[in-house]
Design a protein around this ligand. Structure first.
Ligand SMILES: [Zn+2]
Length: 152
């Protein structure tokens, strides 16, 4: 299961809408507790696929390394990635699976239909490079962290 704050969830869906008709993409930082991935920070990234941004995405490798360093400073790790599917279902494509290499991470996909954010789904990458699979996972949306921080 993927746990994410309402604020991060809304940001990802807004990015999907803002980037339409191109795909958006980004990195999820967080930690893993009891087999659940918990998002603590969303990092929107530039889609580097200028040749085919309507149905492909890629994140600059230097941005991934920067995100890894940021995660380490926060005693966290990269726990997933997100992108959007303009005018397509939120189901992963064969390219999405082929280009996924972060095992036990979440891959969130938001469909955008005519500029409006539709369904957001998430898939956990399991197995190994020679035998990998995406398992659909549920997304639990948590109350905004700021309201928890200031609750006392
Ligand atoms: Zn995709």
């Amino acid at each position: 299961m993927l746990k994410i704050s309402k604020a991060d969830y809304d940001l990802i869906r807004w990015e999907a809408k803002r980037s339409y008709p191109h795909e958006c993409c980004g990195i999820l930082l967080g930690n893993v507790t009891d087999e659940h991935r918990v998002v603590t920070m969303t990092l929107p990234c530039q889609n580097m696929r200028t040749d085919s941004p309507v149905n492909r995405y890629s994140i600059h490798p230097e941005q991934v390394i920067a995100a890894m360093k940021l995660a380490r400073n926060r005693s966290e790790r990269i726990i997933g990635f997100y992108h959007s599917h303009p005018d397509h279902s939120p189901h992963y494509s064969s390219t999405d699976l082929a280009e996924a290499h972060w095992f036990d991470c979440s891959y969130m996909i938001t469909s955008v239909e005519r500029g409006i954010a539709g369904v957001t789904a998430s898939y956990a990458l399991v197995g190994s490079e020679t035998q990998k699979k995406f398992h659909e996972e549920s997304i639990e949306i948590l109350a905004n962290q700021s309201s928890l921080l200031y609750a006392t």
